[in-house]
Ligand binder design. Structure first.
Ligand SMILES: NC(=O)c1ccc[n+]([C@@H]2O[C@H](COP(=O)([O-])OP(=O)(O)OC[C@H]3O[C@@H](n4cnc5c(N)ncnc54)[C@H](OP(=O)(O)O)[C@@H]3O)[C@@H](O)[C@H]2O)c1
Length: 268
C-alpha cells in the first residue's frame, strides 16, 4: 500500500538515498531540506525519474525552531496524513556551533528540532504509523548544562554523541507513552557510512550508504515485533541495547524534561 513519508534531511546522504528508494517503490514523499536550490534539484531529479510519485518539499533550517514551527504549519495545512516520519537530518561538524539562541547546534538539530517537529505533526500520524529517529553508535552521557547552553563541549563528536543519546532516550519514552501507536524506533543506520558527515568529519570515504538507506526503508515499511521505543542497531543488524543511560528511566526523564523545557522557552 502506498504510504506518505516525510524525510528530514532528504537533500543528501542517507536521507537522499532513502527518498530515492522509497520513490522507486511508489510511496508519496515529503522532502525536507535547508537549502532551497538543493531541495528543488532533488525534487526534480526524483520527480523526473518517478513521474507518478507525489512529491512535496519543505524548507527549514532545523537549527532555528521558529523555522521548524513554520514547516510544521505548512505540512499540517497541506497534508491530512503522514504514515512515516523519518527524523533523519543531523549535524556533526560545522563552522558555527552555537545557534542564535546560544545553544550547541548538535543538540538543536539532532534533538530539539525532531522533538518539536514530531509533536507538531503527531495529529497527522495514524496509530499504525511510524516515527524513526536517527541515532548513532556514538552515544555519550548527556550533560544537561551543555544541552541548555550553560557549558560548551570542546569536541564536535562529544556534542554529537550526547545529542544522539538524548534522541535515543526520548524515542524510548515517546514509544512508551504512545502505547497504542504510532510505533517509535531509534535507529543507528550503521557506522561510518560514506556521506558528507563522515567524509567531512573523519576524512575517510566511509562504508556503503545503501546500508543506512536500506534499513530506513525496511523499518519504514516492514513489520517488526520489537516494542515501540526500541533501538535498532544496524552495526549488529538487529534491535539491541542502546547506551545504558537510555534504559535508565530517571536519567531519560531528566534529559527529555530539559529538552521539552528548552523547546517551550524557544517557541513561546
Ligand atoms: N553516516 C553515518 O555513518 C551515520 C552514522 C550514524 C548516524 N548517522 C545519522 O544519520 C543521519 C543522516 O546523516 P548523513 O550521514 O546522511 O549526513 P549528511 O550526508 O551530512 O546529511 C545530513 C542531512 O541533514 C541536513 N541538515 C544538516 N544540518 C541541517 C540543518 N541545520 N537544518 C536542516 N537540515 C540539515 C543536510 O542538509 P544539506 O543537504 O543542506 O547539507 C542533509 O540533508 C544523521 O542524523 C546522522 O547523525 C549517520
Amino acid at each position: 500500500m502506498e504510504k506518505t513519508i516525510l524525510i528530514t534531511g532528504a537533500t543528501d546522504g542517507i536521507g537522499l538515498l532513502t527518498a530515492q528508494k522509497l520513490a522507486a517503490l511508489g510511496h508519496s514523499l515529503l522532502l525536507h531540506g535547508r537549502n532551497p536550490e538543493k531541495l528543488e534539484r532533488v525534487k526534480s531529479e526524483i520527480g523526473g525519474k518517478f513521474p507518478d510519485v507525489k512529491l512535496s518539499g519543505y524548507i527549514a533550517d532545523l537549527s532555528d525552531l521558529s523555522a521548524v514551527g513554520g514547516m510544521a504549519e505548512g505540512i499540517n495545512a497541506d497534508h491530512q496524513r503522514i504514515d512515516v516520519l523519518i527524523n533523519n537530518a543531523g549535524i556533526l561538524k560545522t563552522p558555527n556551533v552555537i545557534t542564535k539562541d546560544g545553544l550547541d547546534i548538535r543538540f538543536v538539530v539532532n534533538m530539539l528540532a525532531p522533538l518539536y517537529l514530531t509533536e507538531a505533526l503527531l495529529p497527522l500520524i495514524p496509530l499504525d504509523g511510524r516515527i524513526l529517529n536517527l541515532s548513532s553508535a556514538a552515544q555519550n552521557p548527556v550533560n544537561i548544562d551543555a544541552l541548555k547552553g550553560d557549558v560548551q563541549l570542546g569536541r564536535d563528536m562529544e556534542a554529537y554523541a550526547q545529542s544522539k543519546l538524548a534522541i535515543t532516550m526520548w524515542s524510548r519514552i515517546l514509544g512508551q507513552q504512545l502505547e497504542n501507536g504510532p510505533l517509535v524506533y531509534s535507529v543507528n543506520p550503521g557506522s561510518l557510512l560514506g556521506t558528507n558527515m563522515v567524509k567531512g568529519g573523519f576524512g575517510i570515504d566511509g562504508n556503503d550508504v545503501n546500508i543506512g538507506a536500506d534499513i530506513l526503508v525496511n523499518l519504514s515499511l516492514d513489520d517488526h515485533d520489537a516494542p515501540s521505543g526500541s533501538y535498532f542497531d544496524n552495526d549488529a543488524g538487529s534491535f539491541g541495547a542502546p547506551h545504558p543511560d537510555a534504559l535508565d528511566n530517571a536519567k531519560s526523564v531528566a534529559v527529555v524534561t530539559a529538552v521539552k523545557d528548552l523547546v517551550k522557552r524557544l517557541t513561546s
